[in-house]
Ligand binder design. Structure first.
Ligand code: UN1
Length: 513
């Protein structure tokens, strides 16, 4: 398989002035037709421009879909185990370049370096897992009710798929969508978040280097409003997979519904850790600290609520505040820092606006609450890890996704109340229960209304070999990762082979004894 096309721009040293990075269409790195660009900047230092990227419009999307549609007939003929070889090779390149990619990610997205390594590792894991899927892509064989008749179902690729990815896991989440889509035989138009286009571009380059033929993967950067909907609207795009805000996801899903397209949404969360009176409190505090403030709270799975039994509430709150005080906030490239910046100024403002909402609602601000602007921090988008106490379950800060380092402590009287409070939002992604009681643990597994449940572990930290996704307003019935990932990217075809040599009528002819 030939087709290695490497961006001439990214081959240059990244140490000098910021480079211009183009779209990848049909194996060629090309400028947006309008010639316009936008900048990606470092959230730890907004003066640092990471690169200039193509500000694409509808016509660029049309060209990308042209290329993907043209490449599809040949790509779907490539045996899945060979498609998988490319993913395996990509996993090896990712491993070799892990440190470089992690450093780049911290500079472009802000997450602290150790977490950036984890993000790249998640893509490596997914590449290996989906490479294995190339030799599975299981179908079904079932008995026929008639003699001399064979019944089976196979998976086929859906065609051109549109992938719309967020900035918070800028390599991992594109990998969750790209790898199952590609191994299943689809061709792709990928639109990454405008805050993190370089991370996604690096992943694309690696797949090209691993041997992906021209046109199989097309990459278009630009504003969601402008090009995201253009991907959705193009009649040749047969399926969309999007991770993003609930607001955008609902709009995209609505339109896909009208157009009868397959659509999988991974949207907001308002995840909770429940801490019962019998919990190992040290362990629960460790979990809450990591769940609430890891990735500066910018995970769909972040623990933005902690529901605590009244008997241990004060003790827990004191311990959490003490530990939060010790967290070091700053540029994620410094390995001593534990909390990096948030993604951009508008997100910083939105987070701080929620802090004001919490105060107005009468929640007790027990730690943090401020935008950090001392010294070097003034150049970036840093927010103090923030804890509200005595939060009522129906307050906005306990109901709405904040997507920042803010958590709400909610006291409850019982296990049953904890479950009811945990379930009492419009979302259903990740919920967790800390208890030493095995009966309660299993009751929680049964009763918690979410796609992911943790026992004695925080709400973050899903592994790629199990389904990832949520219920209620978090998703629309799909899951990423695990064996379920290929569902969105394949169509079932049921096949009956009648080798009786005569007309046999199902449901009408009966078996003759
Ligand atoms: C997200 O929260 O947007 O489970 C993705 C986790 C990570 C993935 C999170 N493996 O926390």
């Amino acid at each position: 398989m030939s087709g290695t096309v490497v961006s001439p721009d990214t081959q240059k040293s990244r140490s000098g002035a910021p480079q211009i990075y183009n779209n990848l269409i049909g194996g060629q790195w090309v400028k947006a037709e309008g010639g316009k660009t936008f900048d990606s900047t470092n959230p730890a230092n907004l003066d640092e421009v990471i690169g200039h990227f193509a500000a694409s419009s509808k016509s660029d999307v049309t060209r990308a879909v042209d290329a993907a549609a043209k490449a599809f007939p040949k790509w779907k003929q490539v045996p899945a185990p060979y498609r998988a070889e490319i993913l395996l090779k990509a996993s090896r390149i990712l491993e070799t370049r892990k440190e470089e990619l992690a450093t780049l990610m911290t500079s472009e997205m802000g997450k602290v370096i150790n977490e950036a390594r984890g993000d790249v590792q998640e893509a490596i894991d997914m590449a290996k897992y989906m490479a294995g899927e190339g030799r599975r892509l299981f179908g079904q064989t079932v008995p026929s009710e008639l003699q001399n008749k064979f019944a089976m179902a196979i998976r086929q690729p859906v065609g051109v798929v549109g992938l719309i990815t967020p900035w918070n896991f800028p390599i991992a989440i594109p990998s969750w969508k790209l790898f199952p889509a590609l191994v299943s035989g689809n061709t792709v138009v990928l639109k990454p978040a405008t805050d993190t286009p370089l991370c996604a571009l690096m992943l694309v380059e690696i797949l090209i280097e691993a041997g992906l033929p021209p046109g199989v993967l097309n990459f278009v950067t630009g504003r969601g409003g402008e090009i995201g909907m253009a991907i959705v609207e193009d009649p040749r795009v047969k399926a969309i997979s999007i991770t993003g805000s609930t607001e955008v996801g609902k709009r995209v899903a609505g339109r896909c519904g009208e157009l009868m397209k397959k659509i999988s949404c991974e949207l907001g969360g308002k995840n909770a850790i429940c801490v019962m009176e019998d919990a190992d409190l040290e362990l629960a505090v460790d979990g809450a600290l990591w769940g609430a403030f890891g990735t500066a709270g910018q995970r769909c799975t972040a623990a933005s609520r902690v529901v605590i039994h009244k008997k241990r509430y004060k003790e827990f709150a004191d311990m959490l505040v003490k530990r939060t005080k010790e967290l070091k906030v700053g540029n994620g490239l410094d390995p001593d820092n534990q909390v990096g910046p948030v993604i951009n100024r508008s997100q910083l403002k939105s987070i701080n606006d929620y802090v004001q909402v919490g105060k107005q609602e009468g929640a007790k601000l027990i730690f943090g609450g401020n935008i950090l602007s001392e010294g070097e921090l003034a150049k970036g988008c840093f927010h103090e890890p923030t804890i509200f106490g005595d939060v009522k379950p129906d307050m906005r800060i306990a109901q709405e996704e904040i997507f920042g380092p803010v958590t709400a402590l909610i006291p409850v009287e019982s296990f049953e109340e904890a479950i009811a409070v945990a379930n009492g939002t419009e979302f259903g992604l990740s919920l967790s229960m800390y208890t030493q009681d095995i009966n309660r643990a299993f009751k929680a597994i049964e009763e918690l209304e979410s796609g992911i449940v943790y026992i004695n572990a925080p709400t973050i930290g899903a592994e790629i070999q199990l389904p990832f996704g949520g219920i209620k307003s978090t998703g629309n019935g799909h899951r990423e990762a695990g064996t379920t990932a290929v569902e969105q990217f394949t169509e079932w075809k049921a096949i009956y082979v009648d080798y009786s040599g005569r007309l046999q009528k199902a449901q009408i002819d009966s078996y003759d004894h």
